[in-house]
Design a protein around this ligand. Sequence first.
Ligand SMILES: [Zn+2]
Ligand SMILES: [Zn+2]
Length: 896
Amino acid sequence: MNTSEYELEYFKSKGFTRKKCSKCGRYYWTLGSWETCGEPPCEEYTFIGNSPMNKSLTLHEMRETYLRFFEKHGHTRINRYPIVARWRDDVFFTQASIYDFQPWVIEGVVDPPANPLVISQTCVRFNDIDNVGKTGRHFTFFEMLAHHAFNKRNKEIYFKDRTVELCQEFFTSCLGVSPEKMRYIEEWWEGGGNSGPCLEVILDGVELATLVFMMYKDEPDGRKPLSMTVVDTGYGLERITWVSQGTSSAYEAVFGPVLQYLKEIAGISTDSRILEEYCKVAGMTNARTAADIKKIREMTAERIGISYGELIQCIRPLEDIYVICDHTRALAFMLNDGVVPSNVREGYFARLLVRRALRAMRDLGINIPLSEIVNKQIDFFSAVFTEMKENKEDILGLVDYEEEKYKEALARGRQLVSRITKSLGPGERISTEMLIELYDSHGLNPEIVQEFASLQVDIPDDFYIRVAARHEKPEVMREEDISTELPENLPETKLLYYEDPELLEFEATVIAKIDKGVILDRTAFYPEGGGQEWDTGTLNGMKVIRVLRKGNSVIHFLEGDFFQIGTKVKGIVDRKRRMQLMRHHTAAHLINGITRKLLGNHVWQAGAHKSEDFGRLDITHHQNLTREQISELEKEVNRIVLENLPVRIKMMSRAEAEKLYGFRLYQGGVVPGAIIRVVEVEGLDAEACGGLHCKNTGQVGLVRISKTKRIQDGVVRIEYSVGMSAVENVIRDKEIVWMLSEKLRTTPEQLISISDKILEDLKETKRAYENLRIAYNNNILSRLLENAAIIDNMKIVAYRVREFEDPVEISKALATRESVLSVIVSAEKNPRILVSCGENVGIDCRLILKEITAMAGGAGGGKKDFAQAGGLQEEMVDEVLRNVPEIVKRLMSGCA
Ligand SMILES: [Zn+2]
Ligand SMILES: [Zn+2]
């Protein structure tokens, strides 16, 4: 660390001095006369019950105060970015305000939306989830206040001095903190291959902000200055609000009316002294593991002079309430920003929050729907984030659905867990892997497993962190890659299909060869991309079977031998296929826009494929569409087709497009570059898309939704066809109806009533048959009993059934009679034999079976009251039946 990085003009001119912390040895700058850097564990919180600020502000007031202060000082306020970071493929969620500007702004490809700017960015992080509710300051959802300046080489906005000056001014003149209290610790920041000096801003024992000066790029051969330096600040809205109120924990300061509501319905009152001490101790400990949490509790109990148990009893219910507050708040924002709870990707974390919150509610005995609490969060936050109002119903519906699914999982889980515990050997326990599997695949929280298992289960303290870590990074979706390297310095292929989508014949020159393909200087062949299949056609009459893009080149794979470099070729694109691909692609955009309107704003494209005969669009949605929804969708799509709306394609700057259409643009995932291609159907849908499209919706022609299905949790696949494919489907369906009508000798109109009647008749016939069968069986039974041999008051039945009689049924029926022993032989060749006896029969059926098989072959076994064998010798059957009374007599005398 180079100390000159921190020797700011501002510090010097204002009389700050550089000091060394007597405890941790770090350097810091201050106007006061302090011994230490002020950050725990060097010092503890001193603001609790004694705020250093001159006003006590709510969360909303503090946010507004901050944004206004920076606006007054030349910053432009910009709206928050969504929590789902759809403009990036390396992370699921926005975790800091700088994420909004990575990579395009930081790399200098795109201008920032304003410069300098100020923002309150909503973020979620799951790496501390087990500490939420326990430390007084950890959240999964939080808002990062930030002012940013992006300094290009020839145009500096401001850098270190002004940043620190603004920070000091904000806390002192705006919030009334006395200037000597502020301490700035020298630190070094590194992230994402960049680095630079940073200052941690400490007040009364708590870190309220970090001021990062991004200056360097770290490369294998050393640290190099960036062409653009960036002021990246992060102020914790929750913490600053907390300090201004001086409450016992950050939760008490920021959860507002929702916290009050929960305390009331759970009937909880708090000893604030215990909480205050607890939070002070927690603040001093870097709570990473549950062992840390235990230590915090022990220390707190000691400080206030109560037992560990008493402390737990006091804080446990509150911790549950804090967890519910935190999780419902995060849920409200995540669902608002388009996350559908599921077991994969972003949805996984939403489900985790739902289940942990429900678990905490169970512990507290709170018996209201989870959605009621989420509703309270929306009411609280939509005063500021007005977009939540519009999505409210949608969000609450998703929460209700999830809660229902959880209940189902619990019902199944009870059986599953009891099966597992039965399979455990003596002394064996349910392993951590098993617990994780039970949560991951069956949605059972470990606490629930413990309850169901009714035995001690070892739950690792960082259970949810471990589970969350399994799901951290998105899988990057890639199109097929061509392994062969392209020749170097190849000129970019000129893409004629973008210039003129109707151009289907062209002339070009072969400039390179690879595998079985050729690269041309220009082409009208659309390569596979964006879920749209490739064009086919011919080059000089030779068939083009596949077209792929690699880098800036388009590769045409040919059926036969290929051309020499320099050959002039004439290309012809197959028109029919191209038209169908375009229609399916445009239809995908229409269906996407319409399902969003029909089902709610949580609908996003999760995947798509457009081929010649059909299209497939996967959308984020929690349950399969109903028949009514499918019909509604089909009707709407065709209505838009008939309206013949223009499909506009525009090249736009990324910033302009995002401003105009929002992040809905990124339906197909991340698109690179400063200029993006926007495909818009006015009033319905606008997407960043590189595909080929119809000029207007009318060209799509008939659209048929052929089927929908839930392909994974939270994703529904819609299969459809357009144009002639759709027409063929209609004809096929009609033919099926005709054929059915013919078979049933009716008309299509009467098909339903006729089939209803047939089914009713069938039911009636089955009922009559069943009655008949019962009567027949009774008849046989009484006949068999009448003719039975009697030995010692015992009736002995020996009978070979006829083909249409059921040997098992007869054997079972006889077994229900008292004092009856039966030997029943089945009708087929080399038959089965069944020996059964009712109560009061003192003979073991297995012994009889043994005698018989000794005589007639076959093998089998059974229990005392029922035994059977198969494979009897056919020619011995009559003799066996005749001998049954003899065998019984012999066995009885043997027994006696
Ligand atoms: Zn220190
Ligand atoms: Zn598209």
